[in-house]
Ligand binder design. Structure first.
Ligand SMILES: [Fe+2]
Ligand SMILES: [Fe+2]
Length: 204
C-alpha cells in the first residue's frame, strides 16, 4: 500500500517531489518535463497568493501531465487493467484521456489524495464547482512562463488583474471552445459546465 500524501510529513512530501521529478525526467520528453516543472513553479506562486498548502499544489502541478505521452494503446490497456470506464468523449477526444488516466496513476503510484487526483482529472476541461486546487492547476498549466503566445500572455494578465475565475472563464470562452470548433472536435460538457457555473456565480 502506498502512503497517502495526506499522512505525509513535510520532509516526506519533499522527498516525493524529488522522486516524481526524477521519474518524469526519465520518462517524459524534455519539453514536457520542462513544462511540468514550469507549471509547478507557476502553481507555487498561486498557492502562496491564495494561501494553499504549497507541497500539495506543487506535487499536483508537477505530475499533472504524467500520462500525456502514452500511446492510445497504452491508455486503453491501462484503463482496462485498472477498471477505468471510458466514455464517448474519451474514445473520440483521446487527448483528454491523459487527465483521467493520470489521476488514477498518481493515486496508485504516489498516494495522491482525491482532491489532488481531481485537479489532474479535470485540468484540461475544468468542471462545475472547481476547487481552488482545480483552478490553480488548470491555470498554471495554461499560463506557465514557458508558454508563449497571445493566449498565455492574456491569461497571465487576467489572473493578475481579475483573479482565477475570470481567467478560467476567459480561457474557456476564448481559447478552449473556439479551438475545438475550429478543429471540428467535440467540446467536453465539463468545459461548458465550468463556464456556466462561473457565469451563474458572477450574477449572484
Ligand atoms: Fe495536460
Ligand atoms: Fe500540461
Amino acid at each position: 500500500m502506498v502512503k497517502s500524501v495526506a499522512e505525509m510529513t513535510v520532509i516526506e512530501k519533499e522527498e516525493l517531489l524529488k522522486k516524481i521529478s526524477k521519474e518524469l525526467k526519465d520518462t517524459l520528453s524534455e519539453t514536457r518535463y520542462l513544462h511540468s516543472v514550469s507549471t509547478m513553479k507557476k502553481a507555487k506562486e498561486l498557492a502562496k497568493e491564495y494561501h494553499q498548502e504549497e507541497y500539495i499544489v506543487m506535487l499536483t502541478a508537477l505530475a499533472h501531465d504524467i500520462a500525456k505521452e502514452m500511446t492510445l494503446e497504452q491508455y486503453l490497456a491501462y484503463a482496462k487493467k485498472n477498471e477505468i470506464i471510458l466514455d464517448d468523449y474519451d474514445k473520440t477526444e483521446t487527448t483528454m484521456l491523459h487527465g483521467k488516466i493520470g489521476a488514477n496513476m498518481v493515486a496508485k503510484k504516489y498516494g495522491f489524495t482525491k482532491e489532488m487526483q481531481d485537479a489532474i482529472y479535470y485540468h484540461t476541461t475544468g468542471r462545475a464547482g472547481m476547487t481552488l486546487l482545480d483552478k490553480i492547476i488548470f491555470l498554471a498549466d495554461k499560463s506557465e512562463d514557458k508558454r508563449e503566445g497571445p493566449e498565455a500572455e492574456k491569461l497571465r494578465t487576467k489572473i493578475k488583474e481579475q483573479g482565477l475565475d475570470q481567467a478560467i472563464l476567459w480561457d474557456i470562452e476564448n481559447a478552449i471552445i473556439p479551438k475545438m470548433i475550429a478543429k471540428q472536435r467535440l467540446i467536453h460538457p465539463n468545459s461548458i459546465e465550468a463556464r456556466n457555473d462561473i457565469v451563474k456565480k458572477k450574477r449572484k
